[in-house]
Design a protein around this ligand. Structure first.
Ligand code: COI
Length: 357
């Protein structure tokens, strides 16, 4: 499909954020967005890159009532030689369709997902920040726009991509965050939508997140929805625990997100001399292992969160500390290696980087 480029009038061009240390996460958006529509009987049509602007949608649009929505997150990096790199974008294209399948959305050809992002990022590359720990966050999403109040899969969708220059996801930057293990609410159960990147999962996590924040924690760590015993994930990250040089993470059980960064950590760690294991992690054993010092580090992984050290875990009012407020050596090494590959400072032996043309 041809993606039309709608001219951007000079008066619609925004000024770039001068102080990149103030970017934060997801607050600013670039000048243009990509939109492609799908209708049943017609397929994908009307692909265009147009000035960033609000959508005008019928209040009865299905997305507003029944949350038929999916999204993705990936990043673009400006290398010192001027090239623009994406990190494993084909993984996002594939997962987007897996999420869409779960909530009855049409398949978007992977080439169209990748080509659309490539063209948009290429046009908007002046927006990619270059300061340490910054990047251009890419947010593809799909929403159901059929105006109809019956509960059924929509017959009309918008796929769109917006871009946001970002710094660290957590206000603390690359410093240990505090996590509360959630034992009241559940995020997902087997057979549910936990594995899909769909907005409803995040809406249902908000209350737990708010209550954790009121107690002084940055995020909640979800337990499995059946027994409330096994570690699942943090809303914006998969979780890893280091037993010295042995790194453990929860398996892809069907109720957690199959993270691109998670997969990258599992592949990178062995090249750095660490062993990795995907296994069920019982929260009681985990707490005992942290108490006894067997668990030496904990960190989360995600596109937005990159590698985020966890310094403090609370479960049923018991608080355990890790690494004494510092960033552990395994966490630091993985962060440096991953971001080194993403930003072109280290060689990419995996073929993960794809350049924007
Ligand atoms: C990402 O890491 O890209 C995500 O989608 C997490 C998001 C909820 C901020």
């Amino acid at each position: 499909m041809d993606i039309k480029i709608v001219p951007l009038p000079a008066e619609k061009m925004k000024s770039k954020i001068a102080d990149q240390s103030q970017l934060g996460f997801g607050k600013y958006f670039t000048d243009r967005m990509l939109v492609i529509e799908w209708k049943s009987g017609q397929g994908w049509f009307n692909g265009r890159i147009e000035p960033y602007a609000p959508f005008v949608l019928d209040p009865s649009s299905a997305v507003f009532h029944y949350a038929q929505e999916i999204f993705e997150g990936l990043k673009a990096y400006k290398w010192v030689d001027g090239r623009v790199a994406l990190f494993r974008p084909e993984m996002n294209a594939r997962r987007f369709n897996q999420s869409g399948d779960r909530v009855c959305m049409p398949e978007l050809p992977e080439e169209l997902f990748l080509d659309g992002i490539n063209k948009l990022v290429s046009l908007e590359q002046e927006w990619i920040p270059t300061a340490e720990s910054t990047s251009l966050y890419i947010r593809p999403a799909m929403i159901a726009v059929e105006p109809f109040l019956g509960v059924h899969p929509s017959d009309h969708f918008y796929f769109f991509v917006i871009l946001s220059p970002v710094g660290a996801y957590y206000a603390a930057g690359f410093n240990p965050i505090k996590i509360m293990v959630e034992d009241k609410y559940v995020r997902a159960v087997p057979g549910g939508t936990g594995e899909a990147k769909t907005g409803g999962n995040y809406a249902s996590s908000l209350k737990a997140g708010l209550e954790a924040k009121q107690k002084g924690y940055d995020q909640v760590l979800w337990l499995d929805g059946r027994e409330r015993r096994f570690i699942e994930e943090v809303g914006a990250m998969n979780m890893f625990f280091a037993y010295g040089t042995h790194i453990v993470t929860a398996p892809l059980s069907g109720s957690i997100l199959s993270g691109v960064t998670r997969d990258s950590v599992l592949k990178l760690a062995p090249t750095l001399g660490y062993t990795v294991e995907e296994r069920q992690i019982d929260v009681n054993e985990l707490m005992a292992d942290i108490r006894s010092g067997r668990v030496t580090e904990a960190f989360g992984s995600g596109t937005a969160a990159v590698i985020t050290p966890v310094g403090n875990l609370c479960y049923k009012d018991e608080v355990v500390e890790l690494t004494g407020g510092k960033v552990g050596t395994v966490t630091q090494k993985l962060y440096d290696t991953l971001t080194g590959i993403q930003t072109g400072k280290l060689k990419d032996d995996f073929g993960w980087v794809k350049f924007v043309e």
